[in-house]
Design a protein around this ligand. Sequence first.
Ligand code: ADP
Length: 598
Amino acid sequence: MSFRVRIFLLVMLVAVSAIGATAWLTLNLTQREVSGALEAQSRHRAEIMQEIQRYGLTHGNWPGVNRLVTDLSDRTHLHIQLQTADKQVLVDSDTEARRPSGAVQAVGYDIDPQPGLEDSSPVPAASPGPSVAEPAAPQAYPAPSVYRRIGLVPRDLFGPKPTDALYGSPAALAVRQAAQYRTGLVLVRCLNKTLGTEAALGSTQPPYVTAKQRAQSPTCLKQATAKVLGDKAWFLSYWDYLDNCTGQPRRLVGDPLGTKCIDGAFADTVVTSSAVPVQLFLGARGTVDIADFGRPAIIGVAGLVMVALIGTFLIARQVSRPVRRLTGASQMLAAGMLDVRVRIKGESELARLADSFNTMAGALEQSEARQRRLIADVAHEMRTPLSNLRGYLEALSDGVVQPSPELFASLHEETLLQGRILDDLQVLALAEAGDLGYTKTPADLSELAAAAVTAHRARAAEAGVTLELDAPDEVWVEADQDRLRQVLGNLLSNAIRYTDRDGHIAVRVAAEEGEAVLTVRDTGVGIAAGDLPHVFERFWRADKARQRATGGTGLGLTIAHRIITDHAGRIEVTSQPHLGTTFTVRLPGVTPGPGRRS
Ligand code: ADP
């Protein structure tokens, strides 16, 4: 499996595990939250409603309810929101706890903080109640006639319930209870203000304020009673309303005693002093505590984190180890240790990179070795003629050898040979560096061979060797003509050089299976079978003394091989000692365009 695929699979595994764990935890948590919230709601809803309703009822307004809501939310682990009838959020437990407000259920529960009317059925007038004295009301109270009409005894506002027909009528009792509630609220606020307490109404039932609260501050009690009882307009308007309830029209609408009407009128009466109705909305708490996950979930998360860590570590190690090896090897290579190699098993991309590195290091090593050999070869080649020259010059200056035209000609010939060696070396160096620019054009190999034969005919005749050309047809190649002439010249001069007098040289050009084939066959000294593999090597000569004497540089065939290879061709040699040698050059053939040959 390739390295890339393994990395992909490992990362996929880690990613899928992480996504799976997240999904599982989310589902688990959501399920827990939903079921927990539903359970808590059914368990705590009544309690929450009751407490909030009690708060509104006993305070007469909502400021300060946020503390109760926060407390209830903490106790029940529910998100509690109170909204007014016009959908304004009055208080939100999430906002109070400074966290983003979570969702609440769409259905709200009405909380009516108004006191209900106590049983207002008429009190039987069987036994006459205690005689009602005219109240000794302060001047601020409504006129006594008003009380009488209403049936209210101011000084007995918080006293025993009246029982006679007049004072105990349902309407009178309703007014009394409303007045008690209103007075109670005023009294409590007065107590809080003067005594610095934070009390509310002591009871949700009439008379709402406890005896203790009434006794706490007679001044406050007096002020509260005076304020409520002195509100003549309030009394009269509601009294009229209540009084009408027992009138004729009520009987006609199926409320003969006027009870429903009185309840409604009471509600309308107390609404002016009580807190406004609100709606309660419940939801799950917005924040998640890690402890909420439970022990198995925490162990699962920890396990997944461990798997992710180990997976990442393994990936990192698998990636980094071979990369580290390659880095170290390339540093060693840069420091000159060309024999360094990296071993990475397998078929992965990194193994292939290591292979490429090893190939590169091998090529560098070979190139370095070639360079060293070249320098050694060049030094060796130059040493002998320079020693000769030096020896002759010293002998001449010492007078040991007499100067003669022949000696100077020989020394001159030696310097010419050195020059040729250097020229050939330069060409070879350029070719090996790929800098020997070729100008390739379509060329007729037969024509080039004919020209080369003509150029060498004189030398062949001088050496007593016959030179024959067999190139009847045009054979076209795409080549640098100057470089091909150089190759032909080298092959022909070698053939002449290594063929004895009366020998024969045959040059043949032909097209064979789409290839242009040139052969130069001689009947010369030949090359030993063991020497044939070295023929194209630099400075290789079969007989150093003889070839040097004949002016050979030992580079001609090396250059020829390079030129032919650069033309996508091949050069081969076959030879039999004392019988002759054949060099064969094969080049890719091309079809010439019309009228190419003049
Ligand atoms: P040189 O300039 O010395 O001839 P080459 O590279 O052309 O260098 O040839 C290398 C060697 O190959 C020669 O020294 C010679 O020993 C051998 N050689 C080349 N051509 C022939 C041939 N036609 N017959 C016999 N030996 C040859």
